[in-house]
Design a protein around this ligand. Structure first.
Ligand code: SF4
Length: 154
């Protein structure tokens, strides 16, 4: 009953980031998962979106979150509005590389801030800590480095 009726309704609400139930729907969806990755596809839609993700992180203190993004400007706007220590302690924001083999240049206003790091993409030589998945048949297995503040090279 619950699976068939209530959950699909919650998930349909998740489609609308601007909807009033999005934060509570995501908190319910994440449940007690110890690790959560945002955005298998897509990216931040704006400052309001990151503010809602931060609210979800605050409401799921036992979950570690990581968020890949190319929307550096949204992160800058969030820090400018909320302060240098405003990324929730259980969230890692990873500024994603725009091009392979070109390391991310973290904007000056975001350098050395807690919860903000980068990820690069390499074709030959890793630019950072190399992701283990390619040597593990594409699986993370017990690696959780994406949820750390290391710069990772995929
Ligand atoms: S293997 Fe580790 S570094 Fe690679 S995607 Fe998985 S958690 Fe991230």
């Amino acid at each position: 009953m619950y699976e068939n009726n209530i959950k699909p309704a919650q998930f349909s609400r998740l489609d609308s980031i601007t909807g009033e139930f999005w934060v509570s729907g995501m908190v319910s969806h994440i449940g007690k998962d110890p690790y959560f990755r945002w955005h298998d596809s897509g990216d931040l839609q704006g400052l309001y979106h990151l503010e809602k993700i931060a609210a979800v992180c605050h409401a799921t203190p036992d979950t570690m979150h990581w968020l890949p993004t190319r929307e550096y400007g949204v992160i800058k706007a969030f820090i400018a509005k909320h302060g240098k220590n405003s990324i929730p302690k259980n969230l890692i924001v990873r500024l994603s590389a725009m091009y392979p083999d070109k390391p991310v240049q973290i904007p000056a206003s975001l350098q050395n801030l807690p919860g903000i790091t980068a990820s690069n993409v390499h074709t030959k030589t890793p630019i950072g800590s190399p992701c283990k998945a390619p040597s593990q048949n594409g699986a993370c297995l017990d690696c959780r480095e994406c949820w750390s503040d290391s710069v990772i090279s995929y």
